[in-house]
Ligand binder design. Structure first.
Ligand code: PLP
Length: 443
């Protein structure tokens, strides 16, 4: 990969050549072809989709549906009818929790998730269990940032029989401790049972960077209970590695366009067709209906049943260009580049700030995405991010929408540097220099 050439495709670097952008986990930068594709829609065929009996509307519809086909191939889905466009990963996951969750979950049922989830794959399930009297079981992580699949601590039962946290009384079953060697699937039946209806799991943690062995977990979970529905949050996986939903054996998978070079305001939900077909719509309105009478409505088949109202047409159309851009480079090469730069950054951070820096999650790039979150001495993450910003380095500071994980790790907040295809070894050197400056200023 020629990073210098790649950077030329990103107009933001023309405008700001010294920019060190280390926040692609929050959102990625956009290459020129994607920006131009959005513009092409507005300048050449800016009509609504599915509605017009005229050429530019037909062209817009054709381009919109082309994206569905390319996304299907991108994640190796069986049919483009399994690809639903939403606003983002958050909406995709909420759609499943609302439309499927409310249909299949009732009192006493169990949902399993993990403590490393982004709030968008945690709160929808938590709220569902609170509403329906179901039980939320939360897999813990080891201190090293790997899933503790043994679930060695399963809380206590309250008067209603729900499993609750021993300390707070919250309705969960929380595992504890463990380390990488605790990553065995042999004891998964301590957490996945015949009552488990949903397994909601992130592919790559947006803080620890940990790449979870989701294929093995899904296989083991379905062996215990074939009815378990596996919902995968791929927000930090789809932009960075090859995904094959059929090989993974999952039932739903969600990701966002804006994290993979595409426009904001577009998300993808992939679901197995028979599950989508059986689900109630999430929103009602235009273009999701077949027939409407005064007393009843016949809905369209998936995916259109889930796409009520005018979508982000330009965004969906330009997502196709983003996918093509990634495919032209090759997902394997992108992953390789990120792993190299991440390992280099881990080595440099540990070398320069030994004893002061606390990396959250694995220290080995082979086991994580291009994400390094850390705490640094006694300094507050916001102070560090502000000083880095003074030298034009963008990092994220805070809890990164993972409060339960930060609580579990015993930290209030962390600094997060993340890498994508346009980041270089020089960016890492600048980060180190910036952190030294922060050290000097903060004392
Ligand atoms: N899941 C993970 C792992 C994330 O990192 C994010 C965003 O950072 C989300 C979900 C939510 O994505 P969005 O804000 O695009 O809905």
């Amino acid at each position: 990969m020629d990073i210098k050439l790649i950077k030329k495709d990103f107009p933001i670097f023309n405008n700001d050549p010294d920019l060190v952008y280390l926040d692609s986990t929050a959102t990625s930068l956009k290459p020129r072809p994607v920006i131009e594709k959005e513009r092409e829609y507005y300048e050449k065929y800016s009509a609504n989709v599915f509605r017009g009996i005229y050429k530019i509307s037909e062209k817009a519809t054709e381009e919109y549906e082309e994206t569905r086909k390319i996304v299907q191939v991108f994640i190796s889905a069986g049919s483009s009818n399994e690809i639903v466009f939403t606003r983002n990963t958050t909406e995709s996951l909420n759609l499943v929790a609302y439309s499927l969750g409310r249909k299949i979950i009732s009192q006493g049922d169990e949902l399993v998730t993990t403590i490393m989830e982004h709030h968008s794959n945690f709160v929808p399930w938590q709220q569902l269990t609170l509403e329906n009297g179901a039980i939320l079981k939360v897999m813990d992580v080891s201190d090293e940032g790997y899933l503790d699949l043994e679930n060695r601590h399963s809380g206590r039962r309250n008067a209603t029989g729900a499993v609750v946290d021993r300390d707070s009384g919250h309705r969960i079953a929380r595992a504890s401790g463990g380390n990488q060697s605790g990553m065995t699937l042999n004891n998964l039946d301590k957490i996945i049972t015949k009552k488990t209806k949903i397994l909601a799991l992130t592919y790559v943690s947006n803080v620890l960077g940990t790449i979870n062995p989701i294929k093995a977990i899904i296989k083991a979970a379905k062996k215990i209970n074939p009815e378990v529905i596996a919902v995968i949050d791929a927000a930090q996986a789809a932009p960075h590695m090859k995904i094959d939903v059929q090989d993974l054996g999952c039932d739903f998978l969600a990701f966002s366009s804006h994290k993979m070079l595409g426009p904001t305001g577009v998300g993808v939900l992939w679901g197995r067709y028979e599950l989508l077909a059986d689900m109630f719509p999430f929103n009602f309105g235009g273009e999701m209906i077949e027939e409407v009478y005064l007393d009843r409505t016949v809905f369209k088949y998936p995916p259109h049943k889930f796409e009520a109202g005018t979508p982000h047409i330009a965004g969906v159309i330009a997502l196709k260009t983003a996918v093509e851009y990634l495919q032209n480079i090759g997902m394997e090469k992108i992953r390789q580049h990120e792993a190299q730069i991440t390992q280099h950054a881990l080595n440099e951070l540990n070398r320069h700030f030994s004893g002061q820096i606390n990396i959250l999650g694995p220290n080995l790039a082979a086991q994580k995405g291009g994400i390094i979150a850390f705490t640094f001495g006694k300094y507050h993450s916001h102070d560090i991010a502000q000083i880095l910003d003074e030298v034009n380095i963008c990092v994220r500071a805070g809890n990164h929408c993972t409060m339960p994980l930060h609580d579990r790790l015993g930290v209030n907040s962390s600094v997060r540097a993340s890498f994508y295809l346009y980041n270089t070894i020089e960016d890492v050197a600048k980060l180190i220099t910036g952190l030294k400056k922060a050290q000097t200023i903060l004392g």
